[in-house]
Design a protein around this ligand. Structure first.
Ligand code: AQP
Length: 340
């Protein structure tokens, strides 16, 4: 089975990214041939600082390995190292409609928050479709917020196949059973996010332990004192899901454990559980980030494997679409016309 997912290097990675995506990557790498892509080309679609992109790309690579991605098992690579991605995106743009892109909720949300709305932000899902389809991907582990983009990738692949002949594999999105949408601790009606959330309600994987404890201690809860999940209790429901993941328990077991204990003690314990979850990751991260040569070596090896896997799919797309194949230099030499 082929597994693919992408994650942006810009914006510090948070508990939502960890539970919705990174933890799933680590689990799914056991199930097949996995490709995980640091999507730096996606990061430039909103305002960003070029002087920080290099550091955030290497930092994310270190974090992915620290969280448990095994370079012997998974192919971890940087999107801009594999030119097939933007090339395939251009081809797929011809089978993606303007109307489809206009309906993407992430575009609408992010466009509302920007003064300058780039064309790249609008066509972002086409590049994402290319990322996924180039690897003949079967499953895409993601958080709930990316569901619409993978549905678009499926529609685009089906349209390509219908128009040019069976070429692309139709991917399926997979979501974690618990924690597919981790909410902001201060405003639990919105998802945890470094761009759209609150600083105090966003728990970063690399936050110092005391910062994590404080963020949970001050998390907004709801009226009442029962530790149970309910649509009227978005804050407590979110904390129960986080606790279930951090302690590797079912949410029901968390509810039963805290029955009658009130919110205060529960919030302190969730904070401690997340500190324990992130402690070993932070330690491994520090070590890996210190060895830049090794990180670069791993990413170069990943890029080579990714190029090998994606190139034949890109060539097949060109062939199906009727492009003239470029001739090699040797053939040109043989056919060179005589000088007059
Ligand atoms: N709150 C979340 N809960 C569960 N999963 C989440 N993901 C993101 N937020 C949550 C998942 O993380 C993966 C990587 O996403 P990304 O790198 O594209 O990050 P993002 O979605 O841009 O991160 P942010 O900080 O949430 O930024 P905004 O709000 O700007 O998009 C994806 O699989 C995503 O589902």
């Amino acid at each position: 089975m082929r597994i693919f997912s992408g994650i942006q290097p810009t914006g510090a990675k948070h508990l939502g990214n960890y539970i919705g995506a990174i933890r799933q990557y680590v689990a799914t790498q056991e199930q097949g041939d996995a490709f995980f892509c640091i999507v730096d080309l996606h990061s430039i679609t909103v305002e960003y600082d070029p002087s920080e992109l290099r550091e955030s790309t290497l930092s994310l690579a270190a974090l992915l390995f620290a969280a448990g991605l095994d370079p012997e098992r998974s192919t971890v690579f940087v999107q801009s190292h594999v030119p097939a991605h933007p090339e395939a995106a251009w081809l797929l743009g011809s089978v993606t409609s303007f109307g489809e892109l206009r309906r993407m909720t992430q575009f609408k949300d992010k466009a509302d928050a920007q003064e300058f709305v780039s064309a790249g932000l609008f066509s972002y899902p086409v590049l994402q479709a290319a990322d996924i389809l180039l690897y003949r991907t079967d499953i895409v582990p993601i958080g709930e917020d990316q569901r619409q983009h993978v549905e678009l990738a499926r529609d685009v692949a089906e349209r390509f196949n219908a128009r040019f002949g069976e070429t692309l594999t139709i991917p399926k999105a997979v979501f974690p059973e618990v924690g597919a949408r981790i909410m902001d601790l201060q405003e639990p009606e919105r998802k945890m996010s470094t761009t759209g959330g609150t600083a105090q309600g966003t728990v970063l994987v690399l936050d110092p332990p005391d910062t994590i404890r404080k963020k949970f201690k001050t998390a907004v809860t709801d009226s009442g004192r029962e530790v149970v999940r309910s649509p009227e209790k978005p804050g407590i429901s979110n904390l129960i899901e986080i606790m279930a993941v951090a302690r590797a328990e079912e949410p029901e077991a968390v509810e039963a454990h805290y029955d009658g204990q009130g919110y205060g003690a529960f919030k302190v314990d969730v904070g401690e559980a997340v500190v324990e979850l992130f402690d070993p990751i932070r330690d491994a991260y520090e070590e890996l980030r210190g060895d830049e040569t090794e990180l670069q070596r791993l990413l170069a090896r990943g890029a080579e494997k990714a190029r090998k896997a994606s190139e034949p799919v890109l060539q097949e797309m060109y062939d199906r679409m009727g492009f003239v194949k470029a001739k090699t230099g040797r053939l040109f030499g043989a056919a060179r016309p005589k000088r007059l």
